[in-house]
Design a protein around this ligand. Sequence first.
Ligand code: CA
Length: 230
Amino acid sequence: MTHVLVVEDEPSLRQLLTNNLTFEGYLVTAVDDGGPALAAHSANRADLIVLDLMLPTMDGYQVLKQLREHQDPVPILMLTARGAEADRIQGLSLGADDYLVKPFSVLELLARIKAILRRTRPLDRPNVLKSGPFRFDLPALEVIREGKTLDLTPREFRLVEILITHPGRTHSRLELLNLAWDPDARPTPRTVDVHIANLRKKLGEEEGRPWIATVGGEGYRWIAPVEPDT
Ligand code: CA
């Protein structure tokens, strides 16, 4: 069951969101402030957070900041006040995945949540995937381009595996470090850049663009759609 954490201090809106999300089949936890939101999330991880920005004691920006500083990739849909464009820009730059401006329709909220989950959720038990000219045989640790197996190091394979199994999602260097390196290895974010650069060379380019895009100067993302190879 997909667990959604709703963080909204306005009781009627919180109730409305809870009722609708529950009706749609989500497991819902609802809280009214930033502190309880972080506590609820660490006690029982949410798959997505609907986060109001204006909260009584700890606002949505602080919640966002804390989560992203701890490399928590949980998808976040922010709720912002009408006309507050600066809020949206700040929220997105802090790592929110999308936003809705109040007042919004519940149907739109549900559609956005579905879209974010589709975009950010890892594919179920991937086995062999294809994307562009590539086939990724995950159990065999092989990347095949036009019938030819690429000569990747295990670390390069792990990096590309992380990116293609979360298509559309940007991974920060620190996230990649945590996912692909042993903590004892004490790599630096620069290490990630070096491995990504080598990987890009081996993968080649698509119309002059690398398959792995640099996003916002701080993260990496696989640019093409990924699907199971049937
Ligand atoms: Ca509020």
